[in-house]
Design a protein around this ligand. Structure first.
Ligand code: ADP
Ligand code: MG
Length: 274
């Protein structure tokens, strides 16, 4: 990686387990990074479109989508819709994505479609004035290892793995680590793990503490110090089409995502310096 401060970083938020906090993290980490002053694009790559809804882009406003961008009929910048947060954009998703696997079958470069679109975005972003250049792309992956997730992992510089503090957490994790190793050996040799974020943590339960300890034993310093607490405000916010920072800035969930954003920025700084 070059020492260029303006280099865009692409983080895929992935875990093939559903309901672990991928979408919640895409929405709220994106918001927190933008609140700190970074320019961010969230790419919603889940046909459910929950990240789009949670960032205030309802289905009827999704004129251009991540499907169009992956197919190459529009650029990511053309598909990016503004949100209520300055500096935060979302490339929305709709159910067209369900058909992508079939649409691309037989195309030898089918896993690299998003990488090509991101490469064009990097070029466009770097030719902009510094204060208009994008710093982060966050990709919200669907809960399976399908062609969408492969596209995300092929396009990403690094993976951010949310892990829910519950009993079966570790089961999915070793599987995901194998997947990342396979992706490194095939589609994307330079793919890194940016970090592992513990989500829905309940400090009052022994189970949450035990899972957190086990995940830290498995991933070591890759696990962020910032832990996202289970917080009802976080779960309520999407139904208002708002990220948690706009819905309830002072709640524990908002503050946790701000700490996580700060930690990620610091980790990126160290990666660049190394
Ligand atoms: P995924 O994208 O991995 O499937 P989601 O982000 O959609 O997971 O989260 C699954 C469910 O858990 C959602 O209903 C969401 O609102 C809820 N949730 C996520 N994070 C939290 C949290 N920190 N506190 C409470 N509920 C949460
Ligand atoms: Mg999701």
């Amino acid at each position: 990686m070059t020492g260029l401060g303006s280099k865009l970083r692409v983080l895929a938020i992935a875990n093939q387990k559903g309901g672990v906090g991928k979408t919640t993290t895409a929405i709220n980490l994106g918001t927190a990074l933008a609140a700190i002053g970074e320019r961010v694009i969230v790419i919603d790559l889940d046909p459910q479109g929950n990240a789009s809804t949670g960032l205030g882009v309802p289905p009827e406003m999704r004129a251009r989508t991540s499907y169009d961008a992956v197919r190459g009929s529009v650029s990511l910048l053309e598909a990016a819709a503004p949100t209520a947060i300055p500096g935060l954009f979302v490339v929305p998703a709709n159910s067209d994505l369900v058909g992508l696997e079939a649409d691309l079958s037989g195309d030898p470069s089918r896993a690299y479609k998003l990488r090509d679109a991101v490469a064009a975005l990097v070029a466009q972003s770097q030719s902009r004035p510094a204060d208009e250049a994008f710093k982060y792309v966050l990709i919200d992956c669907p809960p399976s290892l399908n062609i969408l997730t492969l596209n995300a992992l092929a396009a990403a510089d690094a993976v951010l793995v949310p892990v829910q503090c519950e009993f079966f957490a570790l089961e999915g994790i070793s599987q995901l680590k194998d997947t990342i190793d396979q992706i490194r050996a095939s589609l994307n040799p330079s793919l890194e793990i940016q970090g592992v974020v513990l989500t829905m943590h309940d400090a009052r339960t022994t189970l949450s503490r035990e899972v957190a300890d086990e995940v830290r034993a498995f991933f070591g310093p890759k696990v962020y110090q910032s832990v996202i607490p289970r917080n009802t405000r976080v779960a309520e916010a999407p139904s208002h089409g708002k990220p948690i920072l706009l819905y309830d800035y002072d709640c524990a969930g908002s503050q946790a995502y701000i700490r996580l954003a700060t930690e990620i920025i610091e980790r990126e700084r160290q990666t660049k310096a190394a």
